[in-house]
Design a protein around this ligand. Structure first.
Ligand code: MG
Length: 395
């Protein structure tokens, strides 16, 4: 049922995923005359409801804190851009990378990680036997079941390869649940402890590189990180000196952007060089051989620890900044209140949700799907005016 091989596929690395040899969709479909299966996946994701919600979902800063901070949507676009650039250089499948990158955060709750942690606590507290809430698993639920866009089936009916990439992490419990419904499917690699496709490996790394770079930018923009603090990190200090040598007297945002731009380029070039060497050494003969071997898409020995250092810096200086912690504590409370309100009175959810079973899963899907601002509006409706704004420190 696959479309004919487009000419560009002949230039792909032999261990790349080829649309013509995709493991296919869960429900067979006729090929498109114009697009291959990964291009169709990407287009379905862009047209989905969950994708449009990403614009009002928090990355680090809550949606109402400023118009210029990253949202889940702009983060996903940056991941897609990085993944496509690296894929092109390595001969991996750009369209598959774009589909994975654009969908990778579809399952994120409102209010970023704070919302996810709160929802996970609620699920575990109300059902100790449950596997809890995981946003990667939820992203898969969105594309497999929750999107309602087709007359004959739930979900977007994406290919195995896109779904494999979306399920970046998965607990053993959830993996076993998936295996029961779909033996040998996307849950299997977490049981076998094997790698996903090279494109999925690449999107994981592009995600990490993207958020480390843009969180530095947003952190400085917010005033929570001082530019001078960045220079405590040796790699930033080096790049800072190079920029001032090339552009004496440059200051402010132009200096910051140039330092971030060059740092990002170093990471991208390092992934390309390191991964090209790994592919050359390992010589996987096809996509399945790449899945069976070690992870090949990676940063080199020098830049891997450097990225970890940036991550640790962001954790200490931004994610655990008292101002960020204060708003995330409030956000956690909003999610907890919403979960309990719907779980005790399902009639508070709109009719199609209220009628679904099992109740706990329905509440999780409903709350996880919310944007930041819809969650706040619901909190005001259920808990009275002022409650959400007081919790989030806004007037
Ligand atoms: Mg992400």
């Amino acid at each position: 049922m696959n479309a004919p091989t487009p000419p560009f596929e002949r230039t792909l690395h032999r261990a790349a995923c080829h649309a013509a040899t995709s493991r296919g969709r869960r429900i067979a479909e006729a090929p498109s005359p114009m697009r291959d299966d990964f291009q169709r996946d990407r287009d379905r994701i862009v047209h989905s409801t969950a994708f449009r919600r990403l614009v009002y979902k928090t990355q680090v800063f809550l949606n109402h804190e400023g118009d210029l901070f990253r949202t889940r949507l702009t983060h996903s676009l940056e991941v897609a851009q990085l993944a496509r650039s690296i894929a092109r250089a390595l001969g991996l499948n750009e369209d598959l990378c774009e589909a994975i990158a654009l969908a990778h955060d579809l399952g994120h709750t409102p209010f970023g990680h704070a919302g996810q942690d709160a929802l996970d606590e609620c699920v575990r507290a109300s059902d100790p036997a449950s596997a809890g809430f995981e946003h990667n698993f939820q992203s898969l639920r969105v594309v497999d079941s929750l999107e309602e866009r087709y007359p004959s089936h739930d979900g977007l009916n994406l290919t195995f390869e896109t779904r494999e990439g979306i399920l970046k992490h998965c607990s053993l419990r959830h993996a076993r649940e998936l295996e029961e419904q779909e033996p040998g499917g996307v849950g299997q690699r977490f049981i076998d402890r094997t790698q996903p496709s090279l494109e999925a490996q690449l999107c994981n790394l592009a995600d990490e590189i993207a958020y480390n770079a843009h969180d530095i930018d947003d952190g400085v923009r917010s005033g929570l990180i001082e530019y001078e603090q960045l220079l405590e990190l040796a790699p930033f200090a080096d790049v800072h000196r190079q920029v001032l040598t090339d552009h004496p007297g440059v200051t402010g945002r132009r200096l910051l952007f140039e330092v971030i731009r060059r740092t990002l380029s170093r990471h991208v070039h390092d992934v390309i060089d390191t991964s090209a060497r790994n592919l050359e050494r390992q010589r996987p003969v096809d996509a399945d051989a790449a899945r069976a071997g070690p992870s090949l898409i990676a940063l080199g020995d020098a830049l891997g620890p450097e990225l970890a250092e940036v991550k640790a810096f962001l954790r200490a200086r931004l994610y655990r900044h008292p101002r960020v912690v204060a708003t995330t504590d409030g956000a956690r409370q909003v999610v907890r209140d919403l979960f309990h309100a719907y779980a005790t009175d399902p009639g508070q959810m709109p009719a199609p949700h209220a009628a679904r079973a099992p109740l706990q899963q329905t509440v999780v899907d409903y709350v996880a799907g919310m944007t930041d601002r819809f969650a706040l509006r619901e909190h005001v409706r259920l808990k009275g005016p002022g409650a959400a704004s007081a919790l989030l420190g806004i007037v």
